[in-house]
Write a protein that binds this ligand. Structure first.
Ligand code: C6P
Length: 413
């Protein structure tokens, strides 16, 4: 049984995040832009500070104490990542700079080796640009067909089309686990089963799911999973690509350079083993180590707890926002969404709305959130978005809703 989130527990969590003590003007910060990036607890800041103060050296290179310490700290994060997503082995964890790099890595290695004219890649209309553009770029070079699962007006994937879209020509089904605009949590098991039935591989964009809920790559039978450190309390510049072992072994390297090789001669080179084959050059050492501290922090709380807390906040926010006149929520009801709500309010431009909320200390995001096709579906250019995390409170949701009503009054004058 997962304990119900208690607000005194949330207060304790908030004390771990120094930035939450900040004021914006005269107002306490209400940080509701967590889907863009999360804030960082002292444990992460301290770990990175300690690394630079005490252990800084390049990894996998030196035979001296600092280099060995840095290597042990860096390599130790693979096991932590593997535990977070229940990967069978830590060698299946590849460090990247984030979700975007992870998808580009798969496109340029697995994609180049496996896709050509006559093949199809199936993605969805609700993808973030980072799961659209790499496939479009590759399509221009390799000549395969890129197809899209449409969305319904409710903001769910229209799976009635799946039988036509997913065929024996489909080599890859790549989709977002939780949409960064609609909030929709997609049915991974159903989609993986449909892909398996036609022999297609599956890539899951976990940028908005891994930070917020338990994700088990073995139970879900995922071939590739990508996510970013900075959305799960870790620093920017780090992330994870998980892949099935046989796929990673077969894939050619991504970038060429130091560390990804076993041997370099003027006549040619041989590659290092997985995962180092995919990690060319000096990596983001402090960032990966900081990401490890973020994994520890989240796992001490438990991902089920984080999920439950966000579900409570999202359910409450959905109910309160639904009562704001003229406010239109994009996407499904709270039971089918993760911890974010994008909306429009009358004809107030989302940027104006965000600026008005900022003057009350409330940070939300406004724009197309790097998901223009989703906005095209609703025939709007932009939306405002409030996104929650483990340290947000009911009181902050109340402040958001009150500030929206106030903004509406001001803009209607
Ligand atoms: N979405 C948002 O405000 P990077 O930038 O590589 O860490 O993550 C890219 C990415 C990929 N997929 C999804 C579903 C995402 O939400 C994001 C990042 C942020 O919605 C910044 S645009």
């Amino acid at each position: 049984m997962i304990a119900q989130p208690r607000m005194d527990q949330v207060e304790q969590i908030r004390a771990d995040f120094p930035i939450l003590q900040r004021k914006i003007g005269n107002n306490r910060l209400a940080y509701l832009d967590n889907a863009a990036t999360s804030q960082k607890p002292v444990a992460v800041l301290q770990t990175m500070d300690d690394y630079y103060r005490l252990h800084n050296a390049n990894v996998h290179r030196g035979v001296h104490t600092l280099s060995e310490e840095a290597t042990a700290l860096y390599e130790g994060v693979r096991g932590k990542a593997a535990r977070l997503i229940n990967a069978p082995h830590e060698r299946q964890i590849i460090f990247t700079r984030g979700t975007t790099e992870g998808i580009n890595l798969v496109a340029n290695t697995w994609g180049r080796a496996n896709l050509g004219p006559g093949d199809e890649v199936l993605i969805t209309e609700m993808e973030h640009h980072s799961n659209i553009v790499p496939w479009q770029m590759l399509q221009q070079q390799l000549g395969f067909t890129l197809r899209y699962i449409p969305i319904t007006d409710e903001g769910l994937l229209d799976l009635s089309q799946l039988g036509n879209l997913l065929t024996e020509r489909t080599k890859l089904l790549a989709f977002v686990h939780a949409s960064n605009v609609l909030g929709t949590v997609n049915p991974v098991e159903q989609l993986v089963a449909a892909a398996r039935a036609v022999g297609a591989r599956v890539l899951v964009d976990g940028a908005q799911s891994v930070p917020h809920m338990p994700v088990d790559v073995q139970a879900l039978d995922i071939d590739f999973l990508v996510f970013s450190s900075h959305k799960l309390c870790g620093p920017t510049g780090a992330g994870v690509l998980y892949g099935k072992r046989e796929l990673l072994e077969e894939m050619p390297p991504f970038l060429g350079g130091g560390d990804m090789i076993r041997e370099v001669r003027l006549t040619g080179s041989r590659w290092n083993s997985v995962p180092h084959k995919f990690e060319a050059g000096t990596p983001s050492i402090a960032e990966v180590i900081g990401m490890g501290a973020a994994f520890d922090y989240l796992q001490a709380l438990g991902m089920a707890w984080v999920h439950k807390h966000e579900q409570m906040l999202t359910g409450y926010a959905y109910e309160r926002l639904s009562q704001v006149e003229g406010l239109r929520i994009l996407g499904p009801g709270p039971e089918q969404r993760g911890g974010l709500i994008a909306f429009t309010l009358g004809d107030i431009h989302p940027h104006d709305l965000s600026a008005a909320l900022d003057s009350e200390g409330i940070a939300i995001r406004a724009g197309h959130h790097c998901a223009q096709p989703v906005h095209d579906h609703y025939d709007i250019a932009a939306s405002a978005r409030a996104s929650f995390y483990l340290y947000n409170t009911v009181e902050e949701v109340d402040r958001l809703c009150d500030a929206l009503v106030k903004a509406q009054e001001i803009f209607s004058l």
